[in-house]
Design a protein around this ligand. Structure first.
Ligand SMILES: [Zn+2]
Length: 299
């Protein structure tokens, strides 16, 4: 019961997302702090030691707009007993500025009450981390985020998910989408089978489930595993008329990467068969604003 309470508290940091705008800073700081707790226990985290990792987490998994690690490091102290910041002069954050937080001896740590709960219940780290991931990020990104945050979710088997935070999954979604696209990647045409069953193909969401993206064909694309990952990381996107876009911030050297990724630019995405509904423009627009790393290569 106590564990559930902490999970709810971690999920409450999502409240500040307005109108589908991604607010990933605080969840990413919490995930990072939970990773540090898993590795080092209750050690304070100097801002100077956390800054680079936080900046990278924000750049890779936060929204496309620029965000500073200053923001969550300071502002998470306002949430309910999750995070505290202290200076050599005592408790309390010096404020949301780089200059203030970079001063020697400025450090953050998980709130003492949370540390107590985490120490008493070894499954709580995983429970909170899983809930934060489910409530804020598409599933294809969970493993990458854990790796970079230093979190190991495999040490504890985790039966509980953040069900309360999300609408129930439609168990038919994957099949509906794959079938509609004739088991073919809508970007590259990949259509592999293993013993007659589709392999390496996913039903991808344009608008993330964590941001009210429905399990509906108008929010789905059948994509191969590579293109699904690149869609969720903002390398690939769609225009409102469903032309594929590639971020100009994406670079590669090999001919393979050129063929698999860069050559997709300006190609039309494959539509679903049998006159079934296309991806809806409002879901494309959400992905363009909140995930795609603009600008795109010239069409
Ligand atoms: Zn593909």
């Amino acid at each position: 019961v106590v564990g559930v309470d902490w999970v709810e508290r971690a999920l409450s940091v999502r409240r500040y997302a307005r109108g589908g705008e991604r607010a990933a800073h605080k969840p990413l700081l919490l995930l990072y702090a939970l990773g540090r707790f898993q590795q080092d226990g209750d050690q304070a985290i100097p801002f100077s030691a956390a800054e680079d990792t936080l900046r990278r987490l924000l750049r890779e998994f936060g929204p496309p707009r620029e965000t500073s690690p200053v923001y969550p490091f300071h502002h998470l102290t306002n949430d309910d007993r999750l995070w505290v910041v202290e200076t050599p002069d005592g408790p309390g954050s010096p404020g949301p500025t780089l200059g203030g937080l970079r001063r020697p001896g400025v450090q953050g740590r998980l709130h003492p009450e949370l540390v107590e709960a985490l120490s008493a219940d070894p499954s709580l780290v995983g429970l909170m981390a899983r809930a934060l991931l489910e409530a804020n990020f598409e599933q294809s990104l969970h493993q990458d985020i854990c790796q970079e945050a230093g979190l190991d979710l495999e040490v504890a088997d985790l039966p509980v998910r953040a069900e309360r935070a999300l609408p129930a999954r439609d168990p038919q979604f994957r099949l509906t989408v794959l079938e509609a696209y004739d088991y073919t990647c809508a970007f590259c045409g990949y259509d592999g089978l293993l013993d007659g069953a589709a392999v390496g193909l996913d039903a991808a969401h344009l608008r993330w489930r964590a941001y009210d993206g429905p399990d509906d064909l108008v929010n789905g694309l059948c994509l191969c595993a590579l293109h699904h990952r690149l869609l969720d990381r903002g390398v690939l996107g769609l225009t409102s008329d469903r032309t594929i876009t590639v971020s100009r911030r994406y670079t590669s050297h090999s001919r393979t990467a050129r063929t698999l990724v860069l050559d997709l630019s300006a190609r039309p995405a494959r539509p679903p068969g049998g006159g079934r509904p296309l991806v809806a423009p409002d879901h494309i627009a959400w992905h363009t604003d909140q995930v795609f790393r603009a600008p795109a290569f010239q069409q």
